[in-house]
Design a protein around this ligand. Structure first.
Ligand code: GLN
Length: 528
């Protein structure tokens, strides 16, 4: 007999960007800590088909799943919090659903019906939710944006109507609202939150739980007031002030009293084992005797979200190695050797386009020549290869991404990828296997000679130039199983110069940092 699947819907009111994703992931983490099998999904009302072409400055990192979905960075939070690997199904954008719907209409699959947002788009949303729930005990669905946004209406209607599909008792609606503190009058103002709850009710959803986000802890009468005006039980109005650190949120959500409310819904009365979160929160707060400075050579300096998985991977490695991480941003468009010499390690993350590229090549050259620990991620491998080839005498070596007619195109476009430079969904995406050279630095770091990592790139190392690349100080230490694609390079006589064509940051976990990041921090630590 199949078990009854439960669904938790997380919506937002007042403002977006107040931690709805982290709240959703934290609720999931608490339920997991009670032994439940949890799955999670993000619904984004954008008309984009995926997040691949969205501007990272505005939207933050594009997270990549193992099956190659290019998604919103919330999926990264979900993976890190729940330690699960998500897929295309866990990221649902209206653009994709609409384009499928229109394709079906064109293919004549609707037998003359009129195609409408309700029931056709809402039906597709409900199917996508049920599909993503995929056998879990509890499936969490976060709806992007705030309730009332014009483009999100179909999602709100779909999650409301979902209750008639699976039973209202199997659905739990959480509304995350924001309560501002007015400095001049020194009071918390709950009116915008009340209005947001009215909006939600206007769409037919009376929530089972309201999470009230505030900057500083709010007094209990705020919860009472919100409860009174929203028809939600007072103990189901959860006050959630800013946490010190992100991995403390499962602890603060639990401490704020969500336990009994979730118990009523799930029937699971087990006390959650939150040890993992306590350990993480403690590690985050600990000041260690030693600090390592890592220089991040990047071009988006004004939005940390752009590199969030890389930062989380670095932090996790630093906790494991028991050092403080002092992250220094180095502007790729303005790299000076003094900045590079003043850090203990250099990291060049992934990126697209020509801007800042010479600075990144300079950083790789410097690290190679000065035995500075270096980790190159995707583009960070490509610039290392260019740097090495230039050092061996090919002074005009380049990637055709930046110099389309480069004579010494040591990085070039893959077969089958020509002409698709600005097209969505056409990169080499998701998990690919690699084999590593026995005894190499990377094999040592991984403790294995076979790896599977996520990818998101279009250009490849041109093995016609292997000799020149190796003459400049690098060794190719990992390739695709057929040897056709270069996956890893490393400094031949270097304490730790490692670069990968993949994005290992996506597989790093707060309690299980990725070995290549651990390797970097360890090498940096030894050099301090
Ligand atoms: N722009 C490079 C490519 O497409 C690197 C991509 C990346 O760093 N993710 O191959």
């Amino acid at each position: 007999m199949g078990k009854t699947q439960k669904y938790i819907f997380v919506t937002g009111g007042v403002l977006s960007g107040v931690g709805k994703g982290i709240t959703a992931a934290s609720i999931g983490a608490i339920l997991q800590a009670k032994g439940a099998h949890v799955s999670i999904q993000k619904c984004d009302p954008y008309l984009n088909v995926d997040a691949g072409l969205l501007n990272p400055r505005e939207h933050g990192e594009c997270f990549v799943t193992k099956d190659g979905a290019e998604t919103d960075l919330d999926l990264g939070h979900y993976e890190r919090f729940l330690d699960i690997e998500l897929t295309q199904k866990n990221a649902t954008l209206s653009g994709r659903l609409l384009s499928n719907l229109i394709a079906d209409e064109r293919a004549g699959k609707f037998n003359g019906q009129t195609i409408q947002l309700v029931p056709h788009l809402t039906g597709a949303i409900k199917d996508a939710i049920q599909d993503a729930a995929n056998g879990s005990d509890i499936h969490i669905v976060e709806v992007g944006g705030t309730v009332g946004d014009y483009e999100g209406l179909s999602f709100v209607e779909a999650i409301r109507d979902f209750a008639s599909r699976v039973g209202r008792e199997n659905c739990f609606y959480v509304h995350v609202v924001y309560v501002p503190f007015i400095q001049t009058s020194k009071e918390f103002k709950s009116k915008p939150a009340q209005n947001a709850l009215n909006d939600l009710r206007g769409f037919g959803i009376v929530p089972d739980c309201v999470v009230v986000r505030t900057e500083d802890p709010a007094p209990g009468d705020i919860a009472a007031k919100i409860a009174r005006f929203s028809g939600v039980a007072e103990d189901a109005v959860i006050l959630l002030a800013n946490a010190h650190t992100v991995y403390e949120v499962p602890l603060t959500v639990y401490a704020s009293g969500i336990g009994p409310v979730l118990e009523r819904f799930t029937g699971n009365t087990k006390k959650p084992d939150l040890t993992k979160w306590r350990d993480l929160a403690e590690a985050q707060e600990t000041r260690f005797p030693q600090t390592v400075k890592v220089g991040m050579v990047a071009k988006y300096l004004d939005n940390e979200d752009t590199y969030i998985s890389v930062l989380e991977a670095l932090k996790a490695a630093a906790w494991q190695e028991k050092v403080n991480l002092d992250l220094r941003w180095i502007d790729a468009e303005d790299v000076v050797n003094d900045d590079l010499s003043s850090v203990d390690a250099v990291l060049v993350p992934g990126g697209f386009g020509k801007r800042g590229i010479e600075g990144k090549i300079q950083a790789a050259t410097y690290a190679l020549e000065h035995k500075k620990p270096y980790l190159g991620l995707c583009l960070g491998l490509q610039v290392a290869v260019i740097a090495s080839a230039r050092r061996s005498g090919l002074s005009d070596a380049n990637s055709t991404e930046f110099e389309p007619d480069a004579k010494h195109n040591v990085v070039y476009i893959m077969e089958g990828q020509q002409g698709k430079e600005s097209t969505g969904g056409t990169l080499r995406l998701g998990d690919y296997n690699a084999v590593l050279t026995k005894g190499s630095k990377v094999a040592e770091a991984y403790g294995a000679t076979k790896t599977v990592e996520r990818h998101r790139h279009r250009y490849e190392v041109n093995q016609k130039f292997t000799k020149a690349i190796e003459a400049g100080g690098l060794t190719i230490s990992g390739t695709s199983p057929d040897g056709k694609l270069v996956e890893y390079v490393e400094g031949a006589h270097h304490p730790y110069f490692v670069a990968t064509q993949a994005h290992p940051e996506f597989k790093s976990r707060p309690s299980r940092p990725h070995p290549l990041f651990v390797g970097l921090i360890r090498a940096a630590k030894q050099g301090v």
